[in-house]
Ligand binder design. Structure first.
Ligand SMILES: NC(=O)c1ccc[n+]([C@@H]2O[C@H](COP(=O)([O-])OP(=O)(O)OC[C@H]3O[C@@H](n4cnc5c(N)ncnc54)[C@H](OP(=O)(O)O)[C@@H]3O)[C@@H](O)[C@H]2O)c1
Length: 258
């Protein structure tokens, strides 16, 4: 698959990335249908199937329940084949999300993520915002903590996954990478994505299928081809429990590009 530069970082990522929520968590999520969590063995097989498709960007988070630990098993021996993205600020334990955007909590989050992922560094470390995008950046010591983590080599790049264009704009002051929601139905981040990409910040898109609520064909054509920002995007992260369905998405992408 097409590999694209991640802004001005030294990393490249597959044009389609894989989002791992569904291998780790099936409660308090916004998918159209309830689903069973895969077993550990099934989750590992799904992950390896995604890599076999040429996907190199794998997006996860402590908030995705079992996902990091399952990836740690799947990626043993394959760590260098992937650009691994995780997050700080939200954890999910005993069926409940908890947010803490202090530097101390971020250090604890990353320490645990590295153990679960069985690695000594992640490639991308993002703030997992709960929507208080400006307060998190302006009223806590989180940004300076992320900068220290990058300096210590625990994260190769740092960035922000938020909910508002204002939050993304504020993060342009310090982030290497932004993860933004952008769909055929919600183009509110279009201007800030353009500005960020022009400034050399790597831009990742999330929820491009509206978490499964949009027509996949139309939604993908928009973000991969028709949207004015399509050429500026490093990777479009798609969540799926099925490497076969992901293969279908890649075929759709190729057909649409013809
Ligand atoms: N705050 C944050 O940082 C944040 C928030 C949300 C998401 N994310 C990241 O972005 C990723 C993607 O977001 P998302 O998973 O919420 O939503 P999404 O990628 O928009 O949609 C995923 C849903 O679409 C379904 N799907 C995929 N391909 C399909 C196809 N060809 N036809 C029909 N359905 C299809 C998947 O079902 P199947 O499993 O059945 O294929 C899944 O239920 C997440 O996994 C996560 O990594 C980050």
């Amino acid at each position: 698959m097409d590999q694209r530069p991640l802004g001005h970082t030294s990393l490249s990522v597959s044009h389609i990335g894989w989002g791992t929520v569904k291998i780790g968590r099936n409660t308090s999520v916004k998918f159209p249908e309830a689903f069973e969590l895969p077993s550990e063995e099934e989750a590992v097989a799904i992950a390896l199937g995604m890599l076999d498709l040429g996907i190199t960007l794998v997006d996860t988070a402590p908030a995705y329940g079992l996902a990091e630990a399952r990836l740690g098993i799947a990626l043993a021996g394959r760590r260098d084949d992937v650009v691994l993205c995780t997050k700080v600020g939200e954890t999910f334990e005993d069926g409940k999300s908890r947010h803490d955007f202090t530097g101390d909590a971020a250090r604890a989050n990353l320490h645990q993520s590295l153990q679960r992922l069985r690695t000594d560094h992640v490639d991308i470390l993002l703030v997992h915002s709960d929507g208080r995008d400006l307060d998190i950046q302006q009223e806590t010591d989180l940004v300076e903590t992320l900068e220290q983590m990058r300096q210590q080599g625990l994260a190769r790049t740092i960035g922000f996954s938020g909910k508002t264009p204002e939050g993304a704009r504020a993060a342009m002051d310090w982030a290497d990478v932004l993860m933004c929601e952008y769909t055929i139905e919600d183009r509110s981040h279009e201007t800030v994505i353009t500005q960020a990409a022009e400034a050399g910040i790597g831009v990742l898109l999330k929820k491009v299928l509206g978490s499964g609520h949009l027509s996949p064909e139309a939604a993908l054509r928009f973000v991969l081809h028709d949207a004015p920002i399509a050429p500026l995007i490093s990777s479009v992260v798609i969540g799926s429990l099925s490497a076969e369905r992901m293969r279908g998405n890649l075929e759709m992408m190729r057909r649409q590009g013809d």
